[in-house]
Design a protein around this ligand. Structure first.
Ligand code: ASP
Length: 571
C-alpha cells in the first residue's frame, strides 16, 4: 500500500507515530508561515500542517490534486469537533504528487450546482460524501439481501441480457443481431420468464440482483435501466412470499440503518386501499382517510349525487382556512383525474355544498366524516374508480400543502387482491393490470369469459411511504387457465406461443406451483437515504432524455458498423 492509514483513521492514540497518508487536496488555508491542508479520502479528512518548501509546493498545486504525505501525528491543542480525526493533525515531512489536478470545470460541492453539471462531471459529483454514503449504503443493502436470501436457501442465478421480446407491458430496448441479420434481441424488462423456467427446472428458490431495461418516458423514480432484487419460489402461496420479503426487509434495515422494522407489514386489499386512501400505493403515515358517503348523499335532491354511482368525501382536517385559490386548485386537480370537480364546505354552514344540503344532511355528513368547524369537506360524485382516485390525489396535495409530518420514518404495506384485468380505452380491449402471468383467484375463474372485471388475481405490490417498491404474484402455471386469460386479452394462443411459447412448452413437462416478487432496489435505497430521485443512488444514471451526459450516450455509429448489422438509416 502507498499509505499506512486512511484519512479517517488517526486518533489521539496515534500521537507520535510516523504515518503516510494519500488523498485529495480538499482545501488549503494559509496561517502565518504554515499551511493547513484538509486531506480527504472516502474515509474522512485529516488535517496536515506544512511549512517551508512543502508549504510552497502545496500552494502551487490546484485543489483536488492527489498527494501522498509522510509525517508525524501530533495532538491538536484545540480539537476540531467537526472532524472525527479532529484531535490530531499530521506534521508533514515529505510530499509526493500522485495525480495533479487541473482547475475544476465546476464546483462540485456547490449546493446550487445544476443537474446537468452534476451528470456531466459525475466523477466529481460522486466525490461528495452524501453520494458516497448512498452508493455504499446500496452496496451494504445488497450484501444484507444476499446474506439473508442465501440463509433461506435462495440460489443466485444469472439470466440472459440478450433475450427475445416478451409481452411484459413496457417497451423493450432492442439490439440488432449481426450474425442473424434482420433479427433483434430484446434487453430484459425483467428476468420474469427465465425465473419461472428455473422453477420448472427444480431450483426451488431463485434470486438475482438483476438489471432491467425499459424504454419508457422517464420520471424522478424511473430510469431506463434499474436494479431489482428479483426472486421466485416454488410450492408457495401469497402469504409465504409476504413472509420472506418482510423478513428480508427487516434484515436489510437492521444491517444497514440499525432500524428494527415492525413485521408483519400492514396488508390492504386493492379495494380497501382505494376505498380508504384513493390510491394503490397509499402513504399510510398520514390519517386523512376517504369516507363513502353515497347513502347519505343519495337521499338529497342534488342531481349530481343522485345520478352518480358513488359519492366519496375527504375530510381535510384543519383546512377550513384554505383560500378560494387553494380550493380552486383542488378542484382543478380533481378535474385532471377525469371527474367533474369537487363540492366543498367548511364546517357545516360555509361553502357551496352547505348551501345545497339541508341542515340534517350537512350534520349527518359532518358526523360520518368526524368533521368540525375547522375542517374542509371535499366531496366527489362519480364512478367508484374515478371518485376515489381523484380524492387520493387531493389527499396527497393536502399532505403537501399542509406540510403534514409523518407519524414514522418508514411504513411498509402490502396491497393485494388486484383486479386481473383493466379496460384499455384506446385499444378497446381488456389488458392485464400487471402482467398475464398471474394466477386468477380460483373462486373467480367462472367469470373469466363472462365478466373479466370481476376476476381478481393473486397479485400483490409492496409499498413504502406511498411509493410502489415492487410487485409480484403467484403465477398462473396452468396452461389451460393461461390460455383462457390470453384469450380475454385478445391474444390468440398461437400468437402468444410465438412470443413466450418456450415458457409454455416448459410448463408441459412438470411445473411446480410458484410465485415471486421483484423489489425495485434503487427505489428502496432512495427512500432509505431520504431522497425522492433514484438518480441519487445510481452511480451513472441517465438524464430525463435517457442520455448518459458524462459519456455521451446514445451515440451515432459509423456506416461500416451499420452495414455489418444490415441496418440502413433513413436520415
Ligand atoms: N417481473 C415483475 C416486475 O418486474 C415482478 C414479478 O412479478 O416478479 O414487475
Amino acid at each position: 500500500m502507498l499509505r499506512t492509514h486512511t484519512c479517517g483513521e488517526l486518533r489521539k492514540e496515534h500521537e507520535g507515530k510516523k504515518v503516510v497518508l494519500c488523498g485529495w487536496m480538499h482545501s488549503l488555508r494559509e496561517h502565518g508561515n504554515v499551511v493547513f491542508l484538509d486531506l480527504r479520502d472516502r474515509y474522512g479528512i485529516t488535517q496536515i500542517v506544512a511549512s517551508d518548501t512543502l508549504k510552497d509546493r502545496l500552494q502551487s498545486l490546484k485543489r483536488e490534486s492527489v498527494v501522498r504525505i509522510a509525517g508525524t501525528v501530533v495532538a491538536k491543542p484545540e480539537p476540531n469537533e467537526k472532524l472525527e480525526t479532529g484531535n490530531i493533525e499530521v506534521q508533514a515531512q515529505t510530499l509526493e504528487v500522485l495525480g495533479e489536478a487541473d482547475t475544476l470545470p465546476v464546483d462540485y460541492q456547490d449546493p446550487h450546482i445544476t443537474e446537468e453539471s452534476r451528470l456531466t462531471y459525475r466523477y466529481l459529483d460522486l466525490r461528495r460524501p452524501d453520494m458516497q454514503h448512498n452508493i455504499i449504503l446500496k452496496h451494504k443493502a445488497a450484501l444484507a439481501a444476499r446474506e439473508f436470501l442465501d440463509k433461506e436457501q435462495f440460489v443466485e442465478i444469472e439470466t440472459p441480457m440478450l433475450m427475445r421480446h416478451t409481452p411484459e407491458g413496457a417497451r423493450d430496448y432492442v439490439v440488432p443481431s449481426r450474425i442473424n441479420q434482420g433479427l433483434f434481441y430484446s434487453l430484459p424488462q425483467s428476468p420474469q420468464i427465465y425465473k419461472q423456467i428455473l422453477m420448472v427446472s427444480g431450483f426451488d428458490r431463485y434470486f438475482q440482483i438483476a438489471r432491467c431495461m425499459r424504454d419508457e418516458n422517464l420520471r424522478m423514480d424511473r430510469q431506463p435501466e434499474f436494479t431489482q432484487i428479483d426472486m421466485e419460489m416454488s410450492f408457495v402461496d401469497e402469504q409465504d412470499v409476504f413472509d420472506v420479503l418482510e423478513r428480508m426487509h427487516a434484515h436489510i434495515f437492521k444491517h444497514t440503518l440499525g432500524i428494527d422494522l415492525k413485521v408483519p407489514f400492514e396488508r390492504l386489499t386493492y379495494k380497501q386501499a382505494m376505498d380508504r386512501y384513493g390510491s394503490d400505493k397509499p402513504d399510510l403515515r398520514f390519517g386523512l382517510e376517504l369516507v363513502d358517503v353515497t347513502d347519505i348523499m343519495k337521499e338529497t335532491e342534488v342531481q349530481a349525487f343522485k345520478e352518480n354511482k358513488t359519492v366519496y368525501c375527504l375530510n381535510a382536517k384543519n383546512c377550513a382556512e384554505f383560500s378560494r385559490k387553494k380550493i380552486d386548485k383542488l378542484n382543478d386537480i380533481a378535474r385532471t383525474y377525469h371527474t367533474k370537480g369537487v363540492f366543498w364546505m367548511k364546517g357545516i354552514t360555509d361553502g357551496p355544498l352547505a348551501k345545497l344540503l339541508d341542515e340534517n344532511t350537512a350534520r349527518a355528513l359532518a358526523k360520518r366524516c368526524e368533521a368540525g368547524e375547522h375542517d374542509l369537506l371535499v366531496v366527489i360524485a362519480d364512478d367508484w374508480q374515478k371518485a376515489t382516485t381523484a380524492l387520493g390525489h387531493l389527499r396527497n396535495e393536502i399532505i403537501k400543502e399542509k406540510e403534514l409530518q409523518p407519524t414514522e420514518p418508514f411504513k411498509f404495506a402490502w396491497i393485494h387482491d388486484f383486479p386481473m384485468f383493466e379496460w384499455d380505452e384506446e385499444e378497446a380491449r381488456w389488458d392485464a393490470m400487471h402482467n398475464p402471468f398471474s394466477m386468477p383467484r380460483e373462486e373467480h375463474l367462472e367469470y373469466l369469459e363472462k365478466d373479466p372485471s370481476r376476476v381478481h388475481a393473486k397479485q400483490y405490490d409492496l409499498t413504502l411511504n406511498g411509493v410502489e417498491l415492487g410487485s409480484g404474484s403467484v403465477r398462473n402455471h396452468k396452461r389451460e387457465i393461461l390460455e383462457r386469460v390470453l384469450k380475454v386479452m385478445g391474444h390468440e394462443f398461437e400468437e402468444a406461443t410465438k412470443k413466450f411459447g418456450f415458457m409454455l412448452n416448459a410448463f408441459r413437462y412438470g411445473v411446480p406451483p410458484h410465485g415471486g416478487f421483484a423489489v425495485g432496489f434503487d427505489r428502496l435505497i432512495t427512500l432509505m437515504c431520504g431522497h425522492t430521485d433514484i438518480r441519487e443512488v445510481i452511480a451513472f444514471p441517465k438524464n430525463k432524455k435517457a442520455q448518459g451526459m458524462m459519456e455521451g450516450s446514445p451515440s451515432e455509429i459509423d456506416k461500416k458498423h451499420l452495414k455489418e448489422l444490415g441496418l440502413h438509416l433513413n436520415n
